[in-house]
Design a protein around this ligand. Structure first.
Ligand SMILES: [Zn+2]
Length: 161
């Protein structure tokens, strides 16, 4: 017997930055600003991420490329590992990711890679509370997710070890 199962993922498409809450807008702007600091001399694909911790502090990260390509790292993981190292006892409440090309001001669709989704899942499971996400979408819109589970169905967790 074969059973077909449907998976429902819930997310919101917010029409513009102005529609975000004040707190979300602040974190989203920080992610956009962070693209200025991306080190992406090879791809010119500037990724900026920002997050809000439970103590109200905000933190930024960018992609860091390397001449030996696999040695570079995505903005999301640069940020998460930095925060995980320096603020291990704080809860991550919200994370925003934005992308633009060098010498271009308009932002592109941000889509975290599989490895970054898995790392996000680890941090969410570690803190036992959802990490909300804001991803730059096309035409100035923003994709808003309530939890990493909506970004990574079938996530691998420590319970499976
Ligand atoms: Zn990534």
């Amino acid at each position: 017997m074969i059973e077909q199962v449907q998976l429902n993922i819930t997310y919101e498409v917010v029409s513009s930055i102005e529609e975000l809450t004040e707190q979300e807008r602040q974190v989203f702007h920080l992610a956009q600003q962070a693209t200025d600091n991306a080190y992406a001399p090879y791809s010119n694909y500037l990724v900026g991420a920002a997050l809000l911790l439970s103590d109200g502090s905000t933190h930024q990260g960018t992609n860091q490329e390397n001449a030996a390509f696999p040695s570079g790292l995505c903005a999301e993981r640069t940020l998460l590992f930095g925060v995980g190292s320096n603020h291990p006892d704080k809860t991550i409440e919200l994370m925003a990711v934005t992308v633009r090309r060098r010498h271009e001001s308009h932002f592109l669709k941000a889509c975290p890679c599989g490895a970054c989704r898995q790392v996000l899942a680890e941090y969410q499971n570690r803190q036992h509370s959802p990490i909300r996400l804001l991803l730059q979408a096309e035409d100035g819109k923003i994709t808003r997710l309530k939890s990493v589970e909506d970004l990574l169905p079938f996530m691998f967790t420590k319970d499976m070890l």
